[in-house]
Each structure stands twice: as C-alpha cells, then as structure tokens.
Ligand binder design. Structure first.
Ligand code: TIU
Length: 222
C-alpha cells in the first residue's frame, strides 16, 4: 500500500497505488484513425490524436509503478446480436457492421475495432469488450475491479463527452473515485471537451476529479 496524492480539481485527490487502476477507454482505430466510425459520423479524427503521446507516457509510467491497467473497446459481436437496432441507425445511416477500410465498423475481431498500436495492451491487462458507451453496462468490469479491491480509477480515452463521461458516471455511482487526465482524453468537438471536463469537477467533484498527465507523473514518482 502506497499512498499518493495527485494535484487535481476541485481539490487534490489521495489514492493508494495498489488500489488504483488505469482505465484506457476505447483507444480503437475506429475512433482514432481515418475511415473509422468516428470519421464516418462526420468527425475530424486529428482532434483526438493529440491524446496518444500523453496517454502513452501515462500507460508506461503506470506499468512501471505496478498499477493495475485495463482497457475497453466499444463494439459488437459479428452477428450484431448485442447491438440494439436503435444504435444501428446512429449517424443517420447504418455504419455499424458495414465494411470500412479496416474491416467491419465496430465489430469485434476487425482491425478497426482493435486498439491502436501505440497504446496496445500487454499480458495481464484485461480488455473489456463493451456493447455500449459506458464500460459498466453489460460487462464484467465491476467484478474485475472489485476482485482487486480497486477504489480509484485514473481515466484516459475517447471521447471525453461520450464513452469517458458515461463510464465515469457509471463508476461514480458504484462508489469508485475517478480522476480524468485532461490531456489524455479527447473529443472531436473542442467545446464538448471543455464542458465535459467542467461537468465532471463541478459541484465539488459531482462526477470526479480533473488532472493531467504531468500531475499524474509527479504523483506516482517514487
Ligand atoms: N461518437 C463518439 O463521440 N463516441 C463514440 O461513439 N464512442 C466513444 O466515445 N468511445
């Protein structure tokens, strides 16, 4: 048990490295690379790519510190039996399950669905395949975190206002303390990035805390 403090807003957050997990949300080609789901929805993926380098440095530091790391991927079974029909129409046209340049969009096992090489999981890091935006909906992440007695989640990923926010709200309701690293989460919309982060820390950390990669590095330094 090693108690640390990360400088954050609305106030500094204490955490125990042995009971803290780094949660890497949906760093998939379908959201990060051209021709994926994100771009098909009309978005400019270059806006989220600035997260890669800070998130990579945080991932490396967490691994070195022996912190538990886990990753999520949004996507569906090849037969789409776990995709609500209503989700298939999002974007105005059917994208999910159709052929893209990196395989079928948001379908498990396809190249586009997988995590970008820069942030690829290593052995011992669970990958949570989730059918929804939130990582706790219809997955075993809660069980995995509780088996390790995890209390605190350090959050990186895309997109800030969609899967990151949904997951942090789900985690917060389940009693986890969440700190998001603002340079390691990305949105296709600068104004959503700003408001999504403000909504988390408002009202005395109503959803959680906001910090950044430099402060994370400073916090876990020996
Ligand atoms: N479209 C968008 O902003 N996000 C998603 O569809 N999924 C995630 O955020 N991962």
């Amino acid at each position: 048990m090693t108690s640390k403090t990360i400088a954050a807003e609305p106030w500094d957050l204490e955490f125990d490295t042995g009971r803290t997990a780094l949660l890497m949300i949906d760093f998939q080609r379908d959201f990060m690379s051209p021709n994926g789901f994100g771009e098909m929805l009309g978005n400019d993926v270059s806006l989220v790519r600035s997260t890669i380098e800070p998130a990579r440095s945080v991932l490396e530091a967490a691994r070195k510190a022996g912190m538990f790391v886990l990753h999520t991927r949004e996507g569906h079974r090849p037969d789409l039996s776990d995709c609500p029909p209503a989700k298939l129409t999002r974007g105005g046209v059917t994208f999910i399950g159709t052929a893209g340049t990196m395989g079928r969009i948001l379908v498990r096992g396809e190249e586009g669905h997988d995590i970008i090489p820069e942030l690829y999981p290593i052995a011992g890091e669970p990958v949570i395949d989730k059918p929804g935006k939130g990582a706790f909906y219809a997955t075993d992440i809660d069980l995995i975190l509780r088996d390790r007695a995890i209390q605190t989640l350090v959050v990186c990923g895309v997109t800030t206002e969609v899967c990151v926010n949904t997951t942090m709200r789900e985690a917060n309701d389940r009693g986890f303390e969440c700190v998001v690293l603002e340079d390691c989460v990305g949105s296709y919309f600068p104004e959503f990035q700003d408001y999504a982060l403000r909504m988390i820390k408002a009202q005395g950390a109503i959803v959680g805390w906001v910090s950044n990669s430099s402060k994370f590095h400073a916090a876990i330094a020996p």
